[in-house]
Design a protein around this ligand. Structure first.
Ligand code: ADP
Ligand code: MG
Length: 247
C-alpha cells in the first residue's frame, strides 16, 4: 500500500487544515453508495482525478473544504458524487420535495447549465430532482421547476435571492452547500449576494445526520474576499491544492 505522502507526490496534491484523510486509490475505497459508483463507472470514469481523490474522502468525513485545482480537473464530480451520497442517506419525505437539500452556487448561467447537465447523468436513475435557478428563465418557469421537485438547486446568486425574497423557495434545509468558482463570483461583483445567501443558511445541526452544515468552496485563488468567506462561513476546512495553483 502506498502511503499518503507518496500518493500526494503521485497526484501533486498538497493539503492543510487538520486531519486530512488519505486520497482515494480507487472509487470503491470512498464508501460512496454502489448505485452512484455504478453510474460513475458506466460513464467511463474509470478512476478519480486528483482533486476527486482528495476531496471525496474529506466530504465523506463531513469536513468543510476548499478545493484549488485548475480548469478541467474534474471539480464538478468532486462535489456531485458526495452530494448524491448525502441525499441518498436522507429519509425521503414527500413533504420536502420542494425544499432544496443541496445548494450549488455558481457565477454564470452557462456554468449552472453545465453543472445541471452533469448532475442529470445521475439524478434520473437515483430518483432525485435537480433544477437551475438562473437568469434567462422566467420567474414562472422557476416556480414550475421548484414545484416539480428540487432536492438539488444550482443557482446564480442574484436569481436565488430573487426567488428567496419572493418566498418561492426555502433555504432552511440546505445542509450541503457548494460555492463553485467562488473567486469568479467575487470578481463578477456577487460578493454581497453570496454573503446574504450564506447568512440565510442553517447553522444548527442537521436533524437527520446530527452534523452541522457542510460548505465546500472551489476557487482558483485565495483573495481577501475569499479568505473572509472562509473565516466566517466554513468550519475548520481542509484546503486541498492540486498542482501549483493558488500558491
Ligand atoms: P473543472 O470544474 O475542474 O474545470 P469539470 O468538472 O468540468 O472540471 O470536468 C472536466 C471534464 O473532465 C468533464 O468533461 C468531465 O466529464 C471530465 N471528468 C471528470 N471526472 C473525470 C474522471 N474521473 N475521469 C475522466 N474524466 C472525468
Ligand atoms: Mg468547474
Amino acid at each position: 500500500l502506498r502511503d499518503w505522502r507518496i500518493l500526494k507526490e503521485d497526484y501533486n496534491i498538497s493539503s492543510k487544515g487538520g486531519d486530512i484523510p488519505n486520497p482515494l486509490r480507487y472509487w470503491e475505497e470512498s464508501n460512496i453508495k454502489k448505485e452512484i459508483l455504478d453510474i460513475v463507472q458506466s460513464l467511463g470514469f474509470d478512476e478519480p482525478t486528483p482533486i476527486q481523490r482528495a476531496s471525496i474522502p474529506l466530504a465523506m468525513a463531513s469536513r468543510d473544504l476548499i478545493g484549488i485545482a485548475k480548469t478541467g480537473s474534474g471539480k464538478t464530480l468532486a462535489y456531485i458524487i458526495p452530494a448524491l451520497n448525502y441525499l441518498l442517506q436522507l429519509p425521503h419525505l414527500e413533504s420536502r420535495d420542494q425544499i432544496p437539500q443541496v445548494l450549488i452556487l455558481v457565477p454564470t448561467r452557462e456554468l449552472a447549465l453545465q453543472v445541471e447537465k452533469e448532475f442529470k447523468k445521475f439524478t434520473a436513475r437515483l430518483n432525485l430532482n435537480i433544477i437551475s435557478l438562473i437568469g434567462g428563465h422566467s420567474i414562472e418557469e422557476n416556480v414550475n421547476s421548484i414545484n416539480l421537485g428540487c432536492e438539488i438547486v444550482v443557482a446564480t446568486p442574484g436569481r436565488l435571492l430573487d426567488c428567496y425574497e419572493r418566498k418561492m423557495i426555502s433555504l432552511a434545509e440546505c445542509y450541503y452547500v457548494v460555492l463553485d468558482e467562488a473567486d469568479r463570483m467575487i470578481d463578477m461583483g456577487f460578493e454581497v449576494q453570496v454573503l446574504k445567501i450564506l447568512k440565510l443558511l442553517p447553522t444548527d445541526q442537521n436533524r437527520f445526520t446530527s452534523k452541522p452544515r457542510n460548505t465546500f468552496m472551489f476557487t482558483a485563488t485565495m483573495s481577501p474576499a475569499i479568505q473572509k468567506i472562509t473565516k466566517n462561513y466554513l468550519n475548520q476546512p481542509g484546503t486541498l491544492t492540486v498542482g501549483e495553483l493558488g500558491t
